[in-house]
Write a protein that binds this ligand. Structure first.
Ligand SMILES: Cc1cc2nc3c(=O)[nH]c(=O)nc-3n(C[C@H](O)[C@H](O)[C@H](O)COP(=O)(O)O)c2cc1C
Ligand code: SF4
Length: 481
């Protein structure tokens, strides 16, 4: 992962841990109700992909155990990982693009309800993504994948040669010579792997996204309701399809690109379709970016406008993240796929302990405050969920107090210690295992390996427990005795 050049070391701080009565009276542990959303308190675990589904997208027992373990700590809200709304191969990631996924997802919701005794509300993040191919062997790319065009022939002076001869000639060129003959997109496909964009409107399936996506999201939301989820979260953040429509980089020449009004149109159509399918009495939230954190990308001005549009469209909550884009991601190794959390924008999304003068704790709080204030001024009190490096009670309480958010997201902190919420509620915060923001977990995510926290192994590797495929790591956080 990219790191700021300053490389200042930060360590998490326990801060002040409240006793049971102080926790009960705190803002963090007050209930919240807005439209269809009711939470027992303002604690939240944002979506985190654990790489535990079947290759066919179904829920495994490991998925059920993973969410069951989070539920035992009883956060107010828990969001199931980004789950594909189409039934297309995407590795061991959950899918909800067909009714055949409903029974597995129902097992998962049952387990969460049972483990949390009904105290945790469970949501599922619905995602659409475009095709991203692995970085190819250069010879294979030039031999097989590259579509030979007239412009290649002309540049090589091989107008009448066979395709095979053109490919052979290309293979003899140096990288510098190749860069003069191939287009920018072809060079990108060679060096990073081919990646579709929402602006590839010459491809019929990309041109048709606005026709397809509202119904796909709506059907996925229907399945989520049938499977017993308390609500759905529309994934409009990071590097994925709808976020790419919202991005300032979207210059589609139909009515879905260009100005902000056009870029938000698809997202609003998706919300409409989902709402008319699941009704007003079901929680429909979204995750968006405060800032894309890439050159030429969306800024806080765009998110103010989007948040206002979504709030007035009747969403039940808005969860704020930042960065996490393909645009500035690192070049992957041959055979690997580009990963949107490896560049500066990825750092903004999941900052780690080596940081700059702003540090890794609460980088998204200031823009979240601006958005929440703007919404209040426009007459909306839609709950704002904010996350990013929050690990102790003081930070959470201050974030609510200063108006950065109504609900506080603890992603990696909940991974390091899923019992954070119960420990603090019971006045036993001093027993919390603090996340050190090493990003060991994020590195596993990048390699598409089962995500775990290395602090679990340090504290209880030898306790009997199911292990990862390589047999070296605990698959689940240790119990809190
Ligand atoms: C292993 C891992 C997987 C993640 N998967 C998702 C995801 O599926 N959807 C999403 O919106 N964010 C995802 N995130 C980002 C987190 O939800 C969160 O925004 C980020 O980690 C910053 O919050 P934190 O500092 O509390 O960890 C993931 C983060 C990690 C560490
Ligand atoms: S591996 Fe554990 S300690 Fe390191 S960032 Fe992830 S959750 Fe935190």
């Amino acid at each position: 992962m990219w790191k700021p050049s300053q490389r200042i070391k930060y360590a998490p701080t326990p801060g002040f841990w409240p006793n049971q009565a102080e926790a009960r009276d705190s803002q963090l542990f007050q209930p919240i109700t807005y439209q269809a959303l009711t939470l027992r308190d303002r604690t939240w675990v944002p979506a985190m992909v654990p790489w535990r589904a079947l290759e066919t997208g179904e829920v495994t027992e490991d998925n059920v155990d993973w969410y069951g373990r989070f539920a035992r700590g009883k956060p107010g809200g828990l969001v199931v990982e980004a789950t594909g709304i189409r039934d297309v191969p995407s590795g061991p990631l959950l899918r909800i693009g067909h009714d055949r996924f409903i029974p597995g997802l129902t097992r998962l919701t049952d387990r969460v309800r049972q483990e949390s005794q009904g105290d945790t509300k469970l949501f599922i993040q619905l995602i659409d993504f475009l095709a991203v191919r692995r970085r190819p062997e250069p010879a294979k790319f030039l031999n097989r994948f590259l579509a030979i065009t007239e412009s290649h022939r002309q540049a090589l002076g091989l107008e009448n040669a066979s395709e095979e001869d053109v490919r052979l000639a290309l293979q003899k060129l140096s990288p510098m010579e190749l860069s003069e003959i191939l287009t920018t997109r072809e060079i990108e496909a060679l060096n990073y792997g081919q990646r579709e964009r929402v602006t590839d409107t010459h491809l019929p399936h990309i041109a048709d996204l606005p026709k397809q996506l509202p119904a796909l999201f709506a059907q996925a939301a229907r399945r989520a309701r049938t499977a017993g989820f308390d609500g759905i979260e529309l994934h409009f953040a990071h590097a994925y399809t709808v976020a790419s429509f919202l991005s300032r980089t979207n210059d589609r020449d139909d009515s879905y690109g260009g100005c902000a009004e056009a870029r938000v149109k698809l997202a609003l159509e998706i919300i409409d379709a989902v709402r008319s399918t699941v009704g007003r009495d079901y929680v429909v939230g979204t995750r968006i970016l405060t800032e894309e954190c890439i050159p030429g990308g969306s800024t806080i001005d765009d998110s103010l406008y989007y948040a206002e549009q979504f709030a007035h469209q009747g969403l039940d909550y808005i969860s704020l993240s930042r960065g996490g884009k393909f645009d500035d991601a690192k070049q992957p190794k041959v055979g690997w796929a580009v990963y949107p959390y490896t560049g500066p924008s990825g750092y903004e999304c999941m900052p780690q302990y080596l940081s700059d003068e702003f540090g890794p704790f609460g980088r998204n709080l200031s823009p979240a405050t601006v958005i929440r204030k703007h919404l209040h001024r426009s007459g909306s009190t839609v709950p704002i969920i904010v996350a990013g490096g929050i690990h102790n009670f003081d930070q959470a309480e201050r974030a609510i107090d200063s108006g950065s958010g109504d609900i506080i997201g603890f992603a990696r902190q909940a991974l390091a210690d899923p019992d954070w919420f119960e420990k603090v509620r019971q006045g036993r915060g001093n027993e919390v295992r603090l996340c050190v923001y090493s990003n060991y977990c994020e590195g596993l995510d990048q390699k598409h390996k089962q995500v775990t926290c290395n602090l679990w192994d340090r504290s209880a590797l030898n306790e009997p427990c199911k292990k990862t495929e390589d047999g070296k790591r605990r698959l689940i956080a240790p119990d809190w005795p």
